[in-house]
Design a protein around this ligand. Sequence first.
Ligand code: 5GP
Ligand code: MN
Length: 349
Amino acid sequence: MQLSKEDIGRLRELLASPRRIVTVAHTNPDGDAIGSSLAMREVLTAAGHEVTCIVPNKYPYFLDWMPDIAEVVVYGLEPERAAEAIDKADVIMCLDFNSLSRLEALSDTLAGNTSAVRVLIDHHLSPDERFDIAFSHPEMSSTSFLVYTLIETMYGTGAISRKMAEMLYVGMMTDTGNFSYSTLTPELYRSIAVLAEKGIDIPSIHNLVYNSYTEGRARLFGYAINRKMEIFHGGKVACMSLLESEMRRFGFRQGDSEGFVNYPLTIKKVRMSAMFLAHRTFIRVSLRSRGEVDVNLFARKYFNGGGHRNAAGGKSFVSMEETLEHFRRSVEDFAAEGGFRTPQPETGE
Ligand code: 5GP
Ligand code: MN
């Protein structure tokens, strides 16, 4: 995939002299948000810039092992340090999100710096903010793959260190569901070949990310599937919900629900899966789908959210019961509009 020559030219020009750069990624940062931020930090620092990575809240504990992750400033834990870096920044790079609202509490602080050049580096559909330079590539499976492409274009693959290769691999792996459900292109595999040449230990990265959970998480997963999963709309739609009290019972830690929403899609007939997770003031909605069923559209229309065609999210500000009722009604409405009518390639049913 070719990046726009004009935007590359403008970025080169911007980075021609040493800059104070802040990278920001979305709330509930995942492997892709963290991986792409850390890799950008690494390459830009090597190029002589001063870089601070900021995320709105804490990343999941199964990423704790990632190289340099201790350098990431968590706004929720150190708001002054984050605000100071943002204030001083002459470049703000927005990674792995496309709307400032996804930064939640951090968005006001970011809006306070009106003079910094804003650069978007993202793979979500329909960016809704104005950026000075925008690399918006929804056809790419992860922001980390986009960052890889950017580094390759600007600095060459020689600039990729082993550490950077690990960071990028984590993002590529997690955002594609371990290379299973996203746009998997020959270019992506070529980039992985380059990362492998840097000496990364792929089985070990896999183990560190996917096999590092607590016992409570395994039991919570069993509980959610066995006791909380509902299947309806002729078996095509599944949903699960977890209240704060239920999460507490299993010693819930940030990141423990990662992957739950994907599991109902292992049932042959299920085309759409939803997960509702109670937070203090709202319910976080996660949506996944198979094939042509467009949960980005669904999230935008019914849950004030967005994302990608097969993975999206949003929020609900009413009770869990009302949220589930709204979801069931929305599914009927979505179906009436033809949301499930499109041909489904993979099962031959
Ligand atoms: P997850 O379910 O993993 O939290 O999110 C799935 C996808 O939907 C991600 O690409 C994420 O960026 C997007 N997403 C999640 N929540 C929201 C939201 O509230 N608004 C928008 N626009 N996108 C969201
Ligand atoms: Mn991503």
